[in-house]
Design a protein around this ligand. Sequence first.
Ligand code: KIV
Length: 276
Amino acid sequence: MANKQVTVATIKEMKQKGEPITMITAYDVAMSRNVNEAGVDMILVGDSLGNVILGYNSTVPVTMDEMIHHTKAVMRGNSTALVVGDMPFMSYQASIVDAMYNAARFLKETGCTAVKLEGGSEVVPLVERLTQAGIPVCAHIGLTPQSVNQLGGFKVQGKDIAAAQKMIDDAKALEAAGAFACVLECVPAALAAKVTSELKTMAIGAGNGCDGQVLVCNDLLGVSTGFCAKFVKKYANLHDTTVEAVKEYIADVKARTFPAPEHTFKIDDAVLEKLY
Ligand code: KIV
């Protein structure tokens, strides 16, 4: 377990020392406790909540109230990780005033340290305002899932000169605006390494030349079957473990071998005898 509270200054120090930074998503208290015990540096309460936990088919429907609810749960299980709340779709795009209000909700109502928002140069004035107001911002460029309808699907980003140059320009502008880190999603590794010379990068599908890595906890743990992105490494197969365990439970209940005496409460015979 990381034995000291991770702060924005810690993340800066880790970049300077070249020490890889670890980040994982969590959406509830149990996962938060477990990933803290494992020693993760940062927890992202991602709006991937929408797909992973709530069963939406994109992150677009996720609301501020849903994000706050789950971030509060994560904070109850957190000990030392730096927790980042993810600003959901349309909680920051309509106006700076809305965005400031919603970002402040994360810090005031949940106690998390930072917020994450998607976008490049278009969010730079907002990143400046938030950091000036004392709200640390993690940016997110490359594949930005909230814009999936505009991007036309979940595709690798920055493959032509204009798009790759825009990514580098965005990274420079976000760094200058005060973003303390930036998620880089679905970006060719060599381009991601160049972007990493501009600001602190957390890669998801962006290769090994970034400052750190981030994965969705359910992907890393193999909680579900079905589509799995190329960039995911499954470190466990909790889907099979869960299905096997529940099958065993069902069989035990049907065979009346569960609950066994050790799972059962007792009462004195003298009490029982007095009942009519
Ligand atoms: O919402 C999320 O979980 C994310 C990660 C994919 C970085 O943005």
